[in-house]
Design a protein around this ligand. Structure first.
Ligand code: DQQ
Length: 720
């Protein structure tokens, strides 16, 4: 079958200009390391102990409530507070302004789009984790305990912008259906009054859980604090007790007071069985680094003289993660965090770079018997200068070991790429990535594989297969899957051998091609781009393109890029729209394979089994609800006989929390009803206290009801 439709409409020049101008350049940090940090810390902390108080909420009260189909208005927008608080600027405002976007009128003022309630409501996702409302950022302290997966997260209970950070909390049986619980921790002590920031859980051999987190003190100094479940018998871990000994760690000499955050899950030293944690920082020369502490009791810590690792020019390392992976192809399971280094084990070090807000990882060797250092396998792709978990919008991630699924699961914070104004209008900001299993790619040995947890597949309602489609160069072909805003797409592309034959001469630009430097999906090369368009309207005026781009160098070498083009994802211009992507390894004999999860405003894509991943947030104005379509496209110019066999399975993903909901055969429910049924309104949780005020009997009734409802949405892993 040949594609009959014409080429994609050209993307406007203005849209291209919205790309991140800072890409490839590192923004200089404005945080200065105090020369006399040690003395200041001691004096400062002594003073801080005397100053104690609650911070006022900084809510936004003037937002017109949403509802009905009319226009929405916002009377006042809060300025974001990230930089002044010593952490990243969280909103997209700088990118929007720097990008001189197409929406900018005279004087560079952004032209706000006239968003309707209906458009904004559509943006809320259905099977990605989101709190009921307001701002969310990093995933915190994920763990499995007494039958439940727990996810904590950075949350602003007061508004849809960053600030007043508390720990939201939810539990799940399957990592997909969540029950929202009362706040786990709130800023209520001098050592965390400016924010209960990011932290990690460690489960000790005796079953005890220790939660280490960063607190921003009354003076915004970053310190580490300890909390433990108040009732270890409670599987929901509703109540958390902060240690009397807090803070258990303060910035050590030479470390900036606002450059000391995000303790990791602890691992057991293979040398002496004491515990180790690592904490991110940077040095005065702007090198990102990971400090290592030794502890036996999680109250007293010794800073080790050597760093776990340091990489020059990478700036502040946030949310460091450190974990083992198996190198044996026969052992395709995750490893518990304390698995010692040795034969068959590599260690992954991940840092979230505050400079460019991307998550970088590298694979290497941990020396646990000697100096507690880690060395990358390949220094050229060291942490911060090489591989990324995701080449789109994805940050501040954290993994945990799931003992039930024997897997390592990764969560990433997926922020918004619209304006802060829009976030306030819609009343929420950010989602979490689909939880992803992480394995070493034992075929390449040089990258990880990330893949949506298998439980996502339970959401598939029905499928549609398209086999042996051949699409001619320069054409677009609709795929009739009906409504297409919640999809799990798997596609395999078989590239004609002509593509690799000697008759195709190398392209001179091959050495410099990159997804963001090309023309995106509307570019035309000899061997690409080709792929899918999702969230597209019938006229293709709005579409998000996910594509491969093969390119042959003058040396005859073929390389494959995997890209995602948001430039035409929306008619609105008060958004950041980019072309994201990177190289993807393709081994001899492999077809090109991709998987795409579409869930309203998030498009999460995985190439070659998860070797390269890209996540986009997109905000169409037209290609929504009934009008969203998917297409295949091929913009390669010179592969007359190029034949791609695609198997596209449209699997409408749906929350199925009860037998009643299983009867819903339509692909799309605009409201994730099961989440509503299982959620507790957060209003029931009282701010200003760590004590949950929800009646536990009510909670138990909810859980029992969910179980009786069929167990589909809220069940033990492995049950049917
Ligand atoms: N978010 C937290 C910090 C962390 C940052 C504050 C990363 O602990 O460094 O909300 O997004």
């Amino acid at each position: 079958m040949d594609g009959g439709a014409p080429l994609l409409p050209e993307t406007s020049l203005e849209s291209h200009q919205q790309r991140d101008p800072a890409r490839g350049k590192r923004r200089l940090s404005t945080t200065v390391l105090p020369a006399v940090a040690s003395a200041l810390v001691l004096v400062g902390l002594a003073a801080l102990f005397l100053v104690y108080g609650f911070k006022d909420g900084e809510g936004l009260d003037d937002v017109t409530p949403m509802g009905g189909g009319g226009r929405v208005e916002v009377a006042a927008a809060a300025s974001s507070r990230g930089v002044v608080e010593g952490v990243s600027e969280k909103s997209t405002i700088p990118a929007l302004h720097l990008g001189a976007s197409a929406g900018a009128g005279a004087g560079g003022k952004l032209q706000d789009y006239d968003w309707t309630n209906s458009m904004l409501s559509w943006q809320r996702t259905a099977f990605h984790f989101q709190p009921p409302n307001n701002w969310m950022n990093d995933p915190n302290g994920p763990l499995y305990y007494k039958g439940y997966y727990h996810l904590f997260y950075q949350w602003n209970p007061d508004s849809a912008v960053w600030g007043n950070i508390t720990w939201g909390h939810a539990v799940s049986r399957d990592l997909i259906h969540w029950l929202h619980l009362p706040l786990a921790m709130v800023p209520d002590h001098w050592y965390d009054i400016n924010g209960v920031w990011t932290g990690s859980a460690t489960q000790l051999p005796d079953g005890r859980i220790v939660m280490l987190y960063t607190g921003a003190t009354t003076e915004s100094v970053q310190v580490q604090n300890l909390a433990e479940p108040a009732d270890p018998n409670d599987p929901l871990l509703l109540h958390w007790a902060k240690s009397e000994a807090n803070p258990v760690l303060v910035p050590p000499p030479g470390v900036g007071l606002t450059d000391f955050r995000d303790p990791t899950t602890a691992w057991r030293s293979p040398a002496d069985s004491s515990w180790r944690i690592t904490i991110g920082s940077k040095n005065p020369d702007h090198a990102g680094l990971a400090l290592v502490y030794k502890t036996d009791d999680f109250l007293n810590y010794d800073l080790l003289p050597t760093l776990l690792h340091v990489v020059s020019g990478t700036g502040m390392w946030e949310c460091v993660d450190f974990y083992p992976v198996a190198t044996d192809p026969a052992i395709q399971v995750g490893l518990e965090t304390s698995t010692p280094p040795g034969a068959g084990v590599k260690h992954v070090l991940k840092a979230s770079l505050d400079d460019d807000r991307n998550d970088y990882y590298a694979i290497g060797t941990y020396d646990g018997e000697g100096a507690d250092t880690w060395t990358p396998d390949n220094a050229e792709i060291d942490v911060g200068i090489g591989l990324r978990y995701d080449y789109g919008k994805f940050y501040a991630s954290k993994t945990f070991y799931d003992p039930v699924g024997r897997r390592r699961v990764l969560w990433g914070w997926i922020g918004e790429t619209d304006s802060e104004r829009s976030d306030i209008l819609k009343g929420w900001a950010s989602v979490q990535s689909i939880p992803r299993t992480v394995l070493l790619d034992t075929k390449t040995g040089s990258n990880l594989l990330q893949w949506p947890v298998v439980e996502v597949e339970n959401l598939r309602m029905h499928g549609k297969k398209f086999n042996d489609i051949v699409i001619s160069p320069g054409s677009v072909m609709p795929l009739d899957v009906g409504k297409a805003t919640q999809l799990d797409i798997e596609a395999v592309f078989e590239v004609d051998t002509l593509a690799t034959s000697k008759s195709i001469t190398g392209e001179t630009g091959a050495a410099t091609y990159s997804c963001d430097m090309g023309a995106g999906a509307v570019g035309r090369g000899l061997l690409g781009p080709f792929g899918l368009l999702v969230l597209a309207d019938d006229d293709l005026l709005e579409r998000t393109a996910i594509f491969f781009y093969l390119i042959k160098g003058v040396n005859g070498n073929l390389t494959t890029f995997f890209c995602q083009d948001e430039l035409s994802s929306s008619k609105a211009n008060d958004l950041v729209k980019r072309v994201y992507g990177s190289l993807v390894p393709v081994l001899d004999g492999e077809n090109l394979a991709l998987r795409i999860l579409v869930d309203h405003s998030i498009v999460e894509s995985f190439a070659q089994g998860g070797r390269t991943c890209i996540t986009s947030r997109v905000y169409p104005t037209k290609a929504i609800y009934e009008s969203a379509r998917i297409f295949l496209f091929n913009n390669a110019t010179n592969i007359q006989a190029m034949r791609r066999r695609r198997t596209v399975e449209d699997r409408c993903t749906q929350r199925r929390a009860s037998k009643a909901l299983n009867a819903v055969l339509t692909c799309e429910l605009l409201l994730p009803l099961s989440a509503r049924l299982l959620s507790l309104p957060l209003a029931m949780a009282e701010r200003g206290t760590t004590a949950a005020v929800v009646d536990p009997r009510f909670l138990q009734r909810q859980i029992a009801a969910a179980a009786v409802a069929g167990g589909d949405g809220f069940r033990s892993i492995g049950s049917t």
